[in-house]
Design a protein around this ligand. Structure first.
Ligand code: 25A
Ligand code: L14
Length: 344
């Protein structure tokens, strides 16, 4: 009989938490018992797991007792406070917030890219940023084959990255504008309906946003490459789900678009859709609800001899968040001695 695990989800009522529950169930993760956790505000609410109703429990000092694994997606403040509590209680934390990603004690894992880094974990494992995950899943085969010196990327990010409140803001503003009413901006600094905002997360001293610098610093950590150069512009667009990215890379040695397409068509977690004559290329509408990273528009960059450019799309709540977290948990249980936390 396969071993089963007691699994917690902190932030279970949130946009990502809901996808985590769906993923655990769809993928047949061996769950002995499931404990949904959230802020006291959501405690008592009933959520569905595997056809059963389960009551949401409030997070607190004893909320993690008896858990083997706990997936977190309740924002950075909750992760800062509760991840060490959970890990000290013996639960391995897979954390979806940005707060632990650059901690040297914490591995930052994409299963298709750097599964080996998981072995050194001490009880907290970080799930990368959604935009970084889809970019590196698509670039890993090329990185391994010919090296990558520099990445330039522009993102087109869905409002579901801001959780339910982002989705409601876009829907509400769209409804109001169609009815000739004013659309007030509450969640974002400007109206998101029929607009594009070059602003995700806070601005930093170097005039990049924190989201853009996550793509830089997480790429360095995940590829374990201090020399790789990354420059990103992250843009919020009025799409409900799935992030799209235009990516330009400068490779170490030249690679033809055909060779890149061939590598990517065999790469784990990647689906190539690249037949421009038939209008076939990745779309947010197509990627929604799917777990693959979709890649297309692969072509030689006419501005550089070692340049390649492509268009990469993935569901930000699934491969960008929940699916990647559940895949990390699957890697853990493949080596049961890794399902232990010794955080101090
Ligand atoms: O935003 P989500 O994905 O919908 O997930 C929110 C979930 O986390 C729970 C929250 O409980 C919900 O289940 N949660 C949040 N804070 C918690 C805490 N301190 C907590 N659980 C325990 N302890 P909820 O259902 O009660 O909350 C509903 C909404 O209210 C907001 N909220 C809750 N507590 C709050 C609070 N806001 C301010 N202060 C508090 N103390 C909560 O928004 C939720 O929308 P939030 O800002 O706290 O969390 C959103 C975070 O999720 C990140 N996120 C979204 N998508 C992704 C993602 N992270 C990584 N990858 C993604 N793809 C957002 O970046 C944001 O940080
Ligand atoms: O660091 O689209 O995981 O707002 C999650 C939400 C990144 C931004 C993270 C979004 C954030 C993302």
């Amino acid at each position: 009989m396969t071993k089963e695990y007691s699994v917690g989800v902190l932030g279970a009522t949130g946009a990502v938490g809901q996808e985590m529950l769906k993923n655990l169930s769809e993928r047949g993760f061996p769950v002995k018992s499931l404990r949904p956790l959230a802020s006291p505000r959501s405690a008592g609410q009933k959520i569905e797991f595997d056809g059963h109703e389960v009551k949401v429990e409030p997070v607190g000092p004893n909320a993690f007792d008896g858990l083997d694994i706990c997936l977190f997606s309740a924002g950075g403040d909750a992760s800062q406070e509760w991840a060490p509590v959970a890990a000290k209680a013996g639960a391995v934390v897979v954390d979806n917030s940005s707060c632990w990603r650059q901690d040297p004690r914490v591995p930052l894992i994409i299963p298709e890219v750097n599964p080996g880094a998981l072995k050194k974990h001490k009880g907290i494992i970080a799930n990368p940023n959604c935009s970084t995950i889809q970019m590196l899943v698509a670039l890993k085969p090329i990185y391994d084959a010919v090296g990558i010196r520099r990445i330039v990327v522009a993102t087109y990010q869905a409002v579901s990255g801001t959780g339910h409140k982002g989705v409601e803001e876009l829907a509400e503003q769209t409804r109001r504008l169609f009815n000739g009413q004013e659309a007030e901006a509450k969640v974002y600094p400007h109206r998101i309906a029929f607009n594009c905002l070059p602003h995700i997360d806070v601005f930093l001293d170097n005039d990049y946003t924190k989201e853009e610098m996550k793509m830089v610093n997480e790429t360095i950590k995940i590829f374990d490459d201090q020399n790789i150069k990354v420059s990103a512009t992250c843009v919020r667009i009025p799409v409900f789900s799935a992030h799209s990215e235009a990516i330009w890379i400068e490779t170490g040695r030249p690679i033809s678009p055909d060779a890149a397409r061939e590598l990517l068509s065999r790469a784990p977690g990647v689906l190539v859709i690249d037949d421009p004559k038939k209008n076939a290329y990745p779309l947010a509408s197509l990627a929604t609800g799917r777990d693959e990273v979709f890649v297309g528009r692969i072509r030689a960059d006419i501005s550089h001899e070692n340049g390649l450019t492509m268009w990469v799309v993935a569901d930000n709540l699934r491969k960008g968040a929940a699916t990647n977290a559940v895949e990390i948990a699957e890697l853990l249980i493949r080596e049961p001695e890794l399902v232990k936390a010794d955080w101090s």
